[in-house]
Design a protein around this ligand. Structure first.
Ligand code: ADP
Length: 406
């Protein structure tokens, strides 16, 4: 290819030949003209060699600049990845870390050049990397920032190792929740099934009628529990399906009528053991009526179950700020503050034996939470152990209709 460098090289070679010929002629004839050509040739060759040298240095610099620009572009792309990337050089020295890896592994630019394992200090990871079997990934649980990272390693050459970290904390949490959920369902169904199976074993033998009555009573109780549990599980599954399909359209709910219906059901559940009051303002709510009804009934049923006989339960539907709230206040057993954030977890109960004895499934508030999410409401709980609780659904202005005709 004809370029400045090749042309200059050709000129230098030409000059060399001419200078050599001049040198031979001068040696043979001691011709002054040959000496002149030889001297000029040497001078020109020196100048050309300096020029070619300069061209070569420039080319080298250009190449270096191009490589640096490409390197910068690659690092910029790696910098934006959601996965963490750490480039390790010889002896596991940190050469470069992207921002996700800095966050994942709590590294900073000050760690560059240091031994990776001195900075991260995880012996199991070190042992795993030393084996150099990189087909599988390594699960790294970090104590300090409570992250769970999936670490994969690519070793492009002997001297470099590329570490990729992916944050799987949320994925693991969901897997744990699903596993706990299955374990809880199995556990919940086991007791009723044991009671029923026990009776069936016994039923074959001679059984006095008083025993039979007692056993049948137990069986009824336990089958009712199992039915409640399966109903609640189905309700949760239905709500989750509805989330996926998004078919229904919300409507304007006449809340005063709905709350009064729930109040009547609450009185039936209480069977005269509590005083139940109801106060409603004429405000409409935009939502799914069956779901809102189910959520309200859940709060009232909890108030009845967790309030000792003689207590007072109040249902209110009222303005709150620019929005509106459905509030159930009771004078029941109350809840300690540390339990409040966990109330909507599936199968969470403050007192397991008490909740079971009152016929609870442990899924009521999980259903409520799901319904509120679908209906753009928020659950707020205030409670004092031994004094009572107030459970409220709060809806923003956009969800309410100021005046409605019954
Ligand atoms: P459960 O079916 O066990 O009542 P929920 O999901 O409805 O399940 O409620 C979860 C837990 O919250 C209950 O087991 C109970 O410990 C507590 N809880 C709910 N409502 C009240 C209340 N009004 N007063 C006291 N504790 C309550």
């Amino acid at each position: 290819m004809l370029n400045a460098k090749n042309l200059s090289l050709a000129v230098v070679i030409g000059q060399l030949l001419v200078t050599l010929v001049a040198a031979v002629l001068w040696l043979m004839n001691e011709d002054d003209r040959a000496l002149f050509v030889f001297t000029v040739g040497i001078a020109l060759m020196t100048a050309s060699a300096l020029y070619v040298g300069k061209l070569l240095t420039e080319e080298e610099r250009n190449l270096e600049e191009r490589l640096a620009a490409r390197d910068f572009r690659y690092r910029q792309t790696l910098e934006l990845l959601p996965e963490g990337v750490v480039i390790l050089g010889e002896n596991n020295r940190i050469e470069w870390v992207n921002s996700a890896a800095r966050k994942h592994l709590e590294l900073t630019n000050r760690h560059v050049g240091l031994d990776f394992f001195d900075c991260v200090g995880h012996h199991d990871l070190k042992r795993w990397m030393a084996k150099r079997r990189f087909d599988d990934s390594f699960l790294l649980q970090l104590e300090e920032n409570k992250l769970v990272l999936e670490v994969s390693v690519v070793s492009p050459d002997i001297r470099h190792t590329l570490l990729v970290t992916r944050d799987v904390t949320e994925k693991r949490r969901l897997e744990d929740m699903r596993r706990d959920f299955v374990a809880n369902v199995s556990h919940e169904l086991r007791t009723p099934l044991t009671v029923i199976a026990g009776f069936l074993d016994y039923a074959n033998e001679e059984m006095p009628s008083s025993v039979r009555e007692h056993q049948v009573g137990l069986m009824r109780e336990q089958t009712a529990r199992m039915r409640n549990l399966t109903d609640d599980l189905l309700m949760l599954a239905k709500l989750e399906n509805k989330d996926d399909q998004k078919l229904d359209e919300p409507e304007i709910i006449l809340m005063s009528r709905l709350v009064e219906d729930v109040w009547r059901e609450g009185k039936a559940l209480s069977a005269g053991r509590h005083v139940l009051d109801c106060r409603c303002e004429r405000i409409g709510l935009i939502g799914f009526p069956d779901e809102i009804r189910c959520a309200c009934l859940n709060l009232v049923s909890n108030a009845v179950r967790y309030t000792p006989e003689g207590g007072r339960i109040t249902l209110e539907w009222k303005r709150q700020g620019t929005g509106a709230a459905f509030v159930v206040t009771d004078t029941g057993i109350g809840i300690a503050p540390e339990h409040i954030p966990r109330l909507t977890e599936r199968f969470f109960r403050v007192d397991k034996s008490r909740a079971r004895a009152t016929g609870g499934t442990g899924l009521g508030l999980a259903i409520v939470k799901h319904i509120l999410r679908r209906n753009h409401g928020e659950l707020r709980v205030k409670s004092t152990p031994g004094a009572g609780s107030a459970f409220a659904f709060y809806f923003k202005e956009a969800q309410i209709v100021s005046t409605v005709n019954d």
